[in-house]
Design a protein around this ligand. Structure first.
Ligand SMILES: Nc1ncnc2c1ncn2[C@@H]1O[C@H](COP(=O)(O)OP(=O)(O)OP(=O)(O)O)[C@@H](O)[C@H]1O
Length: 482
C-alpha cells in the first residue's frame, strides 16, 4: 500500500516513523498512551505493529506501517451504514472497487468523526462524502438534513447529478420502497425565486449550494439549518482563499450552525499548511476537537501516471508553439488552460487571450474547427452549453480558465496544456488533475506548460513543491518533428 497518512487529534498520541509538530491546543497534550487506542484502531480496522509512544497531542499513523483489513468491495465497506437502495444504485453505476481514499476514509466517517479528506485529484472524494451523507440522512423528515457547499456552479451541477443518481430508485426495487431523498441545487445563476418557494413548501433532504446563494437564503430566513446533520465543504482551501467566499463560509460554520450538532467534512486535493488548518478547525470551532485528517498519498501529491513536459519559447511565439504541439500530439481529449483576463487589460479594451487563442487555432489548423470556451466572463448559460458539449463527446479540445480547474470531472481528458503558467503550485496541481480521472486506469496523461525562458524558475519551484519532473521541449525540436 502506498505511504498514506491519518492524523487523529486525540488525548493521547502515537508516532510512527514520521516527524510531527504537535498542535499544543489539542486537548490533554501531556497524557501518555492509553488503552483507548486499541478501541480506536479496532474501529478503524487498522492494526499497528511495533509502535512506540511519544508525548504529542495527536495520533499520527503512517499507513505504510499500519495493516488495513481491507474489505474487497465498496458495498462491503458500506454495508450496515448506507441504505440498500443507495448501494444498489452504486452497483448499477459500476462503483464496485473502493479507491484508496474510500477505503481509508469511509470507516472513519462512519464512526461519526469530523474529517478533513485530503487526497489526490480524481481519487473519488465526491463519492466518499456522498456515501457518508446517505448513511446519515433519510427522507422521513421534511427538512434539510445535509448540505454540500461547493465553490462553483459547474462543480455544484456535477455533485448534484451524482447525488441524484444515488438517490434514485434502483431498477429492481418494488413500489413499496420508501420515499427517496430529494436533492436541491442552490447555485449561483439559478432561479432563486423558485428555490425559495420549494424550500418553504417542502424542504429537500440534501442541498448542494454555492456559498453566496446559500447565505442569501439563510439571511432572508427562507430556511434554517436547525435539522442539519452533515455539512460538507468541497474544495475548502479554494473557498477560504477567496475573501468573499471565506467570510460567508466562516458564518456558515459558526453562526448558522454549530459543529456540535453536525458532522463536518472538509475535502480537497490541496490543503496548504494542513497542520495549521487543522489547528484552526478546532480553535475556530469549525469542527469538533477530535477531527480526523485522512491524508492519502501524502508523498505523492499528484498521480504518478502524469507525464510533465514544458516548452520554453519566446512570448511572441507561444501561439505558433501551441498549434505545433497540438498538431504533433493530436490529443484525444484536451483542456487548454489560460489565465483570466486582468482588469487592466479589460479596461484597455484588449481581446482576452482565450478568444485570441481560439481564433488562432481555428484559422491555423482545420482539425480544430470547434473549440468551446469556459471562463468566468461568460454568462451561466454559455458556460453550461460549453460543458454539455464536451461531456457529450469523447473527443474534444476546450479552452478554459481556472474556473474549470476545481473539481470538474471530464473523465476522457488525456492532455492538459498550460498556455499561461498557473499562478501557483496549487493551481498547477488542480489544472493537471483535470486529466487522469479514471481511478483504476494506468493510462499516461500528459501535462504540458508553455513558458518564456524568464518564467522557467517559477515552474522549477512548482516541480520542487509538488515533487515532479518536467521533460523540456524546445520549439526547434518540435519543428524537426512536424
Ligand atoms: N470506486 C470507484 N470506482 C470507479 N470510479 C470511481 C470510484 N469512485 C469515484 N470514481 C470516479 O472517479 C472520478 C473522479 O472522482 P471525483 O470527481 O470524486 O474525484 P475527486 O477526488 O473529487 O477529484 P478532485 O479533487 O479533482 O475534485 C469520477 O469520474 C468518479 O465517477
Amino acid at each position: 500500500m502506498a505511504a498514506s497518512h491519518l492524523l487523529l487529534p486525540l488525548p493521547f498520541s502515537v508516532s510512527m516513523n514520521t516527524k510531527f509538530s504537535p498542535v499544543s491546543s489539542f486537548p490533554n497534550p501531556n497524557r501518555r498512551f492509553n488503552p483507548k487506542i486499541s478501541f480506536l484502531t479496532n474501529q478503524l480496522g487498522i492494526s499497528l505493529p511495533n509502535f512506540r509512544t511519544k508525548t504529542t497531542s495527536c495520533l499520527n499513523l503512517t499507513l505504510a506501517n499500519a495493516q488495513f483489513r481491507t474489505p474487497a468491495t465498496l458495498r462491503e465497506l458500506c454495508q450496515g451504514h448506507v441504505p440498500e437502495p443507495v448501494l444498489c444504485r452504486m452497483d448499477e453505476y459500476g462503483f464496485v472497487t473502493p479507491t484508496e481514499v474510500q477505503q481509508q476514509a469511509l470507516p472513519v466517517l462512519f464512526t461519526g468523526r469530523d474529517c478533513v479528506l485530503h487526497a489526490q485529484t480524481g481519487s473519488g472524494k465526491t463519492l466518499t462524502y456522498l456515501l457518508l451523507v446517505y448513511s446519515i440522512i433519510n427522507a422521513q423528515r421534511s427538512a434539510v438534513r445535509a448540505l454540500i457547499v461547493v465553490p462553483t456552479r459547474e462543480l455544484g451541477m456535477q455533485v448534484t447529478k451524482i447525488a441524484r443518481m444515488l438517490a434514485a430508485k434502483p431498477a429492481d426495487f418494488g413500489p413499496e420502497q420508501q420515499k427517496s431523498c430529494t436533492v436541491m441545487a442552490l447555485l449561483d445563476g439559478g432561479m432563486l425565486k423558485r428555490h425559495r418557494t420549494w424550500l418553504k413548501a417542502d424542504p429537500p433532504t440534501l442541498v448542494v449550494a454555492t456559498v453566496a446563494s446559500l447565505c442569501q437564503m439563510l439571511e432572508k430566513r427562507v430556511f434554517d439549518l436547525g435539522a442539519m446533520k452533515v455539512l460538507v465543504i468541497d474544495e475548502v482551501d479554494f473557498m477560504f482563499n477567496s475573501s468573499k467566499q471565506g467570510s460567508y463560509l466562516r458564518k456558515l460554520l459558526t453562526s448558522y450552525s454549530s459543529c456540535h450538532s453536525r458532522q463536518t467534512i472538509f475535502a480537497s486535493a490541496s490543503i496548504p499548511q494542513h497542520r495549521h488548518f487543522l489547528y484552526d478547525c478546532v480553535q475556530q470551532k469549525w469542527t469538533k476537537s477530535n477531527v480526523v485528517h485522512v491524508h492519502v498519498n501524502q508523498v505523492e501529491p499528484m498521480p504518478s501516471r502524469f507525464h510533465h513536459r514544458c516548452m520554453i519559447c519566446p512570448k511572441n511565439q507561444r501561439f505558433q508553439a501551441i498549434a505545433t504541439l497540438l498538431r504533433l500530439d493530436l490529443p484525444k481529449s484536451a483542456i487548454l488552460f489560460v489565465n483570466e483576463q486582468s482588469e487592466k487589460s479589460k479596461r484597455a479594451g484588449e481581446m482576452p487571450t482565450s478568444t485570441r487563442l481560439i481564433d488562432f487555432l481555428k484559422s491555423s489548423c482545420e482539425e480544430f474547427s470547434n473549440i468551446p470556451l469556459l471562463e468566468e466572463d461568460q454568462n451561466f448559460n454559455s458556460r453550461a452549453a460549453s460543458l454539455l458539449e464536451v461531456r457529450e463527446k469523447s473527443c474534444y479540445l476546450i479552452v478554459a480558465t481556472d474556473l474549470a480547474a476545481r473539481g470538474v470531472d471530464l473523465p476522457e481528458t488525456t492532455h492538459i496544456y498550460n498556455f499561461d503558467l498557473p499562478k501557483s503550485a496549487v493551481h498547477y496541481l488542480h489544472r493537471a488533475g483535470r486529466a487522469g480521472r479514471k481511478p483504476f486506469s494506468e493510462d499516461k496523461c500528459i501535462i504540458t506548460s508553455i513558458l518564456a525562458p524568464e518564467e522557467h524558475f517559477v515552474l522549477q519551484r512548482f516541480e520542487n513543491e509538488l515533487k515532479f519532473h518536467c521533460e523540456e521541449l524546445t520549439l526547434s525540436d518540435l519543428r524537426l518533428n512536424v
